[in-house]
Design a protein around this ligand. Sequence first.
Ligand code: SF4
Ligand code: SF4
Length: 246
Amino acid sequence: MENFFNNTNHQVSTPLVTQYDDLKDNYQQIFIEAAESIRVEVNKFKPENPCNLCTVKDCKIEKKDVFTLYPVNCTYREWQLKILTFLAGDYRQKLKNTYKIMMDKKSEYSCARCGGCCRLATSEFSYSQLKQKAMKGDKFASDFVSVFVPFESEEDAKKANPEYFQLLNELVENQKIYYYYCPKLDGNECSDYQNRPDVCKDFPHNPLKLLPSTCSYNEWKKSVSKTAMMLKAKVDIIEFYKNKLG
Ligand code: SF4
Ligand code: SF4
């Protein structure tokens, strides 16, 4: 396979602000759809009028919905436990399958060789935190620190991609962002292409993250963003069920 940074012909441009606005505008509606689809699934297990056969005489529970607190031997409590098993088992597996299909679809697109992802990368972790994670066996962190190094200053990071830098600074208020670059990038080319780690081969790792405007995977991101948002919403909702019913 040729060095994928050689070709500079296929340049696309999806402004970062547009990417961000698309995600923000759609997420609320998608979250509501996700919650409704999970509600339909869990209601399939709901027992029909178990109180008619119940021996507890002084039950005061009037509203019998999924998040009500039920006594241990109540049939509705059994329903809640079935829901937890379902969400952690079959349903989670279904989501994993959808995730795989979404990520596999990335292979329909190819890298535009713009070098954007090598020129400026970000992490919520400092360089020393990443090295610690790597030492503890975190593969992503290990790959990351094997090629990326921190910028000397935020000013240098800003010069690498002013648009990306500005947007991150506007959006992320309460979290420190660390900026990195890869010294192996030579112009737009990887000078060590054959030995690049998986963190480079697999980029982009998440269609919900902002990509450099010149990244050709913006097309993939656009084609799967609704699926990705739906998956994220469902995973968050499952977590909510787990906390409430567990
Ligand atoms: S090793 Fe190559 S592909 Fe990976 S970040 Fe550096 S320049 Fe980019
Ligand atoms: S930003 Fe996208 S198109 Fe540019 S080099 Fe990285 S993966 Fe390829």
